[in-house]
Design a protein around this ligand. Structure first.
Ligand SMILES: Cc1ncc(C[n+]2csc(CCOP(=O)(O)OP(=O)(O)O)c2C)c(N)n1
Ligand code: SF4
Length: 251
């Protein structure tokens, strides 16, 4: 019999704890597929962050470390520098990476650390019950912005790929989404490239994945995918924000 579908080896058998329809699970699978296809599982070390994805250390079938809130790129820096043969990735939400962890994100990019950052942007603090995040859209209703995010009082969302594109040390920055099959395929290619870059010693790669939080957005999973498409994609355009090596190839 021909096997047409199987679980990546880089995922354990542990059942995921995510809410029904949450796209964290899709992103886990894409990361695991990339690790498998590149044949690096035996030397991969993941850094789990704090947020709904805190239990990634139970789900990825490779060595894992747990970082304090926002500190994953700093921990990844140490793990990578201790043995450059390690393939090191972080898996972080937007509250983790773009709020308490902004400094670690910017400085690891500025230092050009040879690590892979998987940044899951669902425009809200999921784990803690749906508070406004740095990435919450203007006008978006959350538990702490019941009348919608007012940019006049709390400022504008942080656009991480755009911001890091001005950081000289960053190598590869791409924003993708997992709201439909076409975008999932593109997300897989970007994630694989971010790992491939590290294998080739090219430096800091970050893939921002636009993701859903049906529970805290207060929507069905189906409606959440539509909401992402109609609201997040216009504000957070998909695409490659920096590819240092492609640029030098073009020149
Ligand atoms: C030092 C510290 N401050 C605050 C918290 C509370 N906290 C836990 S998860 C979280 C937000 C996580 O949101 P995000 O990174 O967007 O991930 P999501 O849950 O949406 O996937 C916060 C503020 C904490 N655990 N540690
Ligand atoms: S709270 Fe949101 S981000 Fe967290 S598991 Fe549920 S749907 Fe996913």
């Amino acid at each position: 019999m021909t096997t047409v579908f199987s679980k990546p080896e880089a995922l354990t058998d542990a059942p995921l704890h995510y809410c029904p329809g949450c796209t964290h699970g899709i992103i886990h699978r894409l990361v695991a597929e990339a690790i498998d296809e590149l044949g690096v599982r035996g030397r991969t070390i993941g850094v789990a962050s704090v947020g709904c994805s805190v239990f990634t250390y139970n789900y990825f079938n490779c060595d894992m470390v747990q970082a304090a809130h926002g500190r994953a790129p700093a921990v990844a820096t140490g793990v990578k520098r201790s043995d450059s043969n390690n393939i090191v990735f972080t898996y972080q939400g937007d509250g983790d990476l773009a709020a308490i962890g902004t400094a670690e994100t910017v400085h690891s990019a500025a230092r050009g650390e040879n690590i892979t950052v998987i940044f899951v942007n669902n425009a809200i603090y999921g784990m803690t019950g749906g508070q406004m995040a740095p990435t919450t859209l203007p006008g978006q209703v959350t538990q702490t912005s019941p009348y919608g995010r007012d940019v006049n009082t709390v400022g504008f969302p942080v656009k991480v790929c755009e911001m890091l594109s001005k950081v000289d040390g960053a190598t590869y920055l791409e924003r993708v989404a997992v709201n439909n099959v076409k975008n999932v395929r593109a997300a897989k290619a970007a994630i694989k490239k971010a790992f491939q870059n590290q294998i080739e010693g090219k430096g800091f790669s970050l893939v921002e994945v636009l993701s859903t939080c049906p529970t805290n957005w207060g929507m069905t999973p189906d409606k959440a995918l539509t909401w992402l498409e109609e609201n997040m994609l216009p504000y957070y355009p998909l695409g490659v924000y920096k590819d240092k090596y492609a640029e030098s190839e073009v020149k």
